[in-house]
Design a protein around this ligand. Structure first.
Ligand code: MF3
Ligand code: CO
Ligand code: CO
Length: 261
């Protein structure tokens, strides 16, 4: 595993890319309503990114066909937006956008609720957000990579949830996915790896109401929970700093966890 920290010029570009991605998720918020299709949300995000000088990095990435991933209810990740997928009262969804701006990536996702959301779904979302932040809080120059997954699991598992294992966070920069691989569950995969100031990576746990096991849909992308139970995810792009971390995809509107008010 080769983790290469960014220089100050690269870090400035990472900040700019992260900001555009976060702004897109802020801007799409009022559109998330009963009767809207996930394709409409996707198209809004695509127009937003392009009008801010960015390119949606998912489009064409390994053949992925859309400008965002929108993952509804029991979809864990990589849901392909569709005009036939129309939001209904009580749905929860994750919108994941990746802006490519001046050669650098900003990658972030948030949960959204539609209309009246069940207490079980609300608690899943708030716990997933808390788990992501607990993982992020471990980060500083010299911190262990494995601390991230341990902290996430310590929030999610006592609450009765499971942490998805097959999909992980990642370094990002000029490349969409680069080293390190960020596991979101308790692990000893790279027990000696420490983070260094200037490294940029994502933390993006997928937390399930039931089993952590997943299934890949026939379209080759959409990942669902194996038992059909709900799944939630939040994602931030992070810069490791001397004293801690910086959220490269912090919401300029101040949004954190749904509901956004
Ligand atoms: N944005 C996703 C992530 O957080 C990756 C999507 S890859 C795609 O890493 F091909 F599905 F778009
Ligand atoms: Co990511
Ligand atoms: Co993402």
């Amino acid at each position: 595993m080769k983790i290469i920290p960014k220089n100050p010029i690269e870090i400035a570009k990472m900040r700019a890319a992260g900001r555009v991605a976060a702004l897109a998720l802020d801007a799409v918020t009022p559109l998330v309503k009963v009767g809207v299709s996930t394709l409409e949300l996707n198209d809004f995000c695509e127009r937003f990114l392009r009008s801010h000088g960015a390119v949606p990095a998912t489009l064409g990435y390994k053949g992925y066909p859309a400008a965002s991933c929108i993952s509804l209810n029991n979809v864990v990740c990589h849901g392909i937006p569709s005009k036939d997928e129309v939001l209904a009262d009580g749905d929860i969804l994750n919108i994941d956008v990746t802006a490519l701006l001046e050669g650098f990536h900003g990658d972030t996702s948030r949960m959204y609720g539609v209309g009246t959301v069940s207490p079980a779904a609300r608690t899943l979302m708030t716990t997933t957000y808390a788990a992501m932040m607990a993982g992020i809080e471990t980060i500083s120059s010299g911190s262990y990579l494995t601390a991230i997954g341990a902290a996430i699991a310590q929030v999610a598992e006592p609450a009765g949830y499971s942490v998805v294992r097959e999909y992980c966070g990642h370094g990002l920069g000029r490349k969409f996915h680069e080293d390190p691989q960020v596991l979101h569950y308790a692990n000893t995969e790279f027990p000696t790896t420490r983070l260094r100031s200037g490294t940029t990576l994502t933390v993006e746990p997928m937390i399930n109401l039931g089993t952590w096991r997943t299934r890949l849909n026939d379209d080759g992308w959409r990942v669902t929970t194996a038992d059909g139970a709900l799944s939630a995810q939040y994602e931030h792009s992070i810069l490791v700093t001397e004293t801690g971390y910086e959220l490269l995809t912090a919401s300029p509107a101040g949004y954190t966890c749904w509901p956004y008010v």
